[in-house]
Design a protein around this ligand. Structure first.
Ligand code: ADP
Ligand code: MG
Length: 233
C-alpha cells in the first residue's frame, strides 16, 4: 500500500515541488479528508472508459506539474454528460494546453464525477516566516479573491480555533443557510480544518496546501481540487 510518505518521496525523487491534483488528493485522502474520486487517463479511450465507470456528469482536467491554475489554461471541462463529450473534452484540453503552454509536461487528463452543488469554501496552509504554518479558511470564489474574507490561525489548531475561524468570516451567514438554502454542516468543516492542521503538523516538508474549492453540504463536504507544494530540498 502506498503511504503518504511514498507520495511525497516520489515527487522529491523526481525533483518536483508541485504535486499534481491526483497526488495531492491521494495524500489528503490518506489524512482522512474526503475528496472526489479522481483517476488518471493517459489516452482518449481511457478517459472515456473512466467516465463510464465513475458515472456522468463528469469533470475532466489536465494533469501537469507545470500547470498550477488549470482553468486559466483551458484545462478544466465541467458537466460532461456523455462518452462522446468526454472524447471532445479530452481533445480540447490537450489542444488548449499545447497552445498556451507548449513546454508543459502533461501526465494525462484526470476524470472525476461532477460533485453536486454545494457552498464552496477553501482551506489553505502557507508558511509564515515568523509564525510557521498558518491555516486559512474562507468562502470560495469571488468572496475570497476580491473581498479577502478569510480567517487565519497558527498551527497547531485547537477545537476552539476551528470553531472561531469559521464564525469570524463576514460570509458566515452563507454557511448558516440563506434564501431557503440548507445550512452547511459546520461541525464537519471544523473537523476538516483540524484534520488539515494535524496533517501539516505531521508533514513539515509540506510548504503550501490549497483545498480550493471544497463543496460543503448539509451532510459533510468534499474537496474537488487540491494542491500540495513541498519545500525545496
Ligand atoms: P483550478 O486549477 O483552476 O483551480 P479546479 O480543479 O479548482 O481548477 O476547477 C475549477 C472549478 O471547477 C472549481 O473551482 C469548481 O467550481 C469546478 N469544479 C472542479 N472540479 C469539480 C467537480 N469534481 N465537481 C464540480 N465542480 C468542479
Ligand atoms: Mg481550484
Amino acid at each position: 500500500m502506498t503511504t503518504k510518505q511514498d507520495i511525497i518521496q516520489k515527487a522529491k525523487s523526481e525533483r518536483r515541488t508541485v504535486l499534481t491534483e491526483i497526488e495531492s488528493k491521494e495524500l489528503i485522502k490518506k489524512a482522512g479528508i474526503s475528496v472526489s474520486d479522481t483517476r488518471l487517463a493517459t489516452s482518449r479511450e481511457e478517459a472515456i472508459s473512466l467516465g463510464r465507470q465513475l458515472g456522468f456528469p463528469a469533470v475532466l482536467k489536465v494533469i501537469s506539474p507545470d500547470i498550477v491554475h488549470k482553468s486559466d489554461a483551458g484545462g478544466v471541462k465541467l458537466d460532461i454528460k456523455t462518452s462522446k463529450q468526454v472524447g471532445k473534452a479530452y481533445d480540447d484540453i490537450l489542444e488548449a494546453i499545447h497552445q498556451k503552454h507548449p513546454q508543459a509536461a502533461i501526465q494525462g487528463v484526470s476524470v472525476q464525477k461532477m460533485a453536486r452543488p454545494g457552498v464552496e469554501v477553501i482551506i489553505g496552509m502557507s508558511k509564515d516566516a515568523q509564525f510557521g504554518p498558518v491555516i486559512m479558511f474562507g468562502l470560495g470564489g469571488i468572496l475570497v479573491e476580491i473581498l479577502k474574507d478569510v480567517s487565519f490561525r497558527i498551527v497547531p489548531l485547537e477545537k476552539r480555533d476551528a470553531r472561531e475561524m469559521i464564525r469570524e468570516i463576514k460570509g458566515y451567514p452563507v454557511l448558516e443557510g440563506y434564501r431557503g438554502q440548507e445550512p452547511v454542516d459546520v461541525a464537519n468543516l471544523e473537523e476538516l480544518i483540524l484534520k488539515v492542521s494535524s496533517f501539516v503538523e505531521q508533514h513539515p516538508e509540506i510548504e503550501e496546501l490549497d483545498l480550493n474549492p471544497i463543496f460543503a453540504y448539509s451532510d459533510g463536504a468534499v474537496a474537488v481540487d487540491a494542491r500540495v507544494i513541498l519545500g525545496e530540498g
